[in-house]
Design a binder for this molecule. Structure first.
Ligand code: NAI
Length: 327
């Protein structure tokens, strides 16, 4: 029987994975993140299941490899937190490449609708019996231009959603996708012609801070910036400056540069020491959600099913298209 340790496990992970346990595979769920402090726990298992904010650097991977852990299955799509070169020949890495691009695309549009139509403010007002409409004016999405950076599975789904609203859709991606319903352009064109810019590319060494003071200066006044991809795609300090200057009209963040210390956890009894996060949360035209875009029943079901299959493929020495290797 194979024993698997889950790190950063939440109740919804336990619910969706428990039903896959059988006499061949057993799971143990740890609330702690995987990092150098907890890697000795992981070393007691045949495999590890990790998530977006677990530390999978060279030290952790070497330690796991040396202690007989041959497989790390990520229960997510992104793998920017994994040192793939360190893993080569030691530990096999798997991921769930697509679980529900619709979940993320729909959350992205939800954030835009909330920010534009000030639903977050209206909700608080009417609960306080304040029925004034002052300050709640939005704009029609119909006829506006959305710029999508990264036109893979999620970017294409989001483009379809935007088309449904009657928006003009621009896309920037080094690789063209025949499923993309919009019009491709270069990054500068996208920046200067979009009313809303949404990030749907993975985080790589090359695109860290793709949204920075220079790219923000090329955007339209009042632009909306939405990031549901990875926090480090956005230079937070530059974003805050852009909002303070009024250049950025609104911002939706489902991910944040320094999210590891906060997201997915209840910090309501603590003093938050991250001034940038506090500043963003305090702004009326900023919506922060806690890396929630993936969280639908359908996505959780697919994540569990594919992750369990990834473990089975590893233990049965089957090839898998979900294995991630260093390029
Ligand atoms: P995908 O691999 O299908 O598409 C990514 C696209 O980005 C590809 O077409 C690629 O060519 C493009 N790309 C790469 N570098 C680029 C750059 N510098 N500029 C423009 N485009 C670039 O990935 P998918 O499934 O669409 O996911 C996109 C990202 O969404 C993931 O990498 C992950 O970071 C994020 N994500 C966030 C979730 C959440 O809950 N907030 C859940 C799942 C994914």
């Amino acid at each position: 029987m194979k024993k698997i340790a889950f790190f950063d496990a939440k109740p919804y992970d336990i619910t969706s994975f428990r039903r896959y346990e059988n006499e061949e595979i057993k799971f143990r769920f740890y609330e702690n993140k995987l990092n150098p402090d907890t890697m000795s726990i992981a070393a007691q298992y045949d495999g590890v299941c990790a998530f977006v904010n677990d530390t999978l650097n060279r030290d952790v991977i070497n330690y796991l490899g040396e202690n007989g852990v041959g497989v790390i299955a990520l229960r997510c799509a992104g793998y920017n937190n994994v040192d793939l070169k360190a893993a080569q020949g030691k530990v096999k890495i798997y991921r769930v490449p697509a679980y529900s691009p619709h979940a993320i695309a729909e959350h992205t549009m939800g954030m835009i609708l909330m920010l534009n139509r000030k639903l977050h403010r209206a909700y608080i007002r009417t609960r306080d019996h304040n029925f004034s409409l002052e300050g709640l004016t939005g704009f029609d999405l119909y006829g506006k231009t959305v710029g999508i950076i990264g036109t893979g599975k999620i970017g294409c789904c989001f483009a379809d959603v935007c088309k449904g609203f009657g928006m003009k859709v621009f896309g920037f991606d080094p690789y063209k996708n025949s499923n993309f319903c919009g019009e491709y352009c270069n990054l500068d064109e996208l920046l200067s012609s979009s009313d809303i810019i949404s990030l749907h590319c993975p985080l790589t060494k090359e695109n860290k801070h793709i949204i920075n003071s220079d790219t923000i200066s090329k955007m339209r006044d009042g632009v909306y910036i939405i990031n549901t991809s990875r926090g480090k795609l956005v230079d937070t300090a530059a974003l805050i400056e852009g909002i303070k200057e009024g250049k950025v009209g609104a911002c939706g963040l489902d991910v944040y540069e320094e999210e590891t210390a906060f997201f997915f956890e209840d910090k309501s009894d603590e003093i938050i020491l991250d001034d940038n996060l506090l500043r963003l949360i305090a702004m009326p035209n900023v919506l922060v959600t806690s890396h929630q875009a993936f969280l639908t029943k359908e996505a959780l079901d697919t994540i569990a099913q594919v992750t369990v299959q990834n473990f089975a493929d590893y233990f049965n020495s089957c090839e898998s298209k979900n294995e991630v290797v260093a390029k």
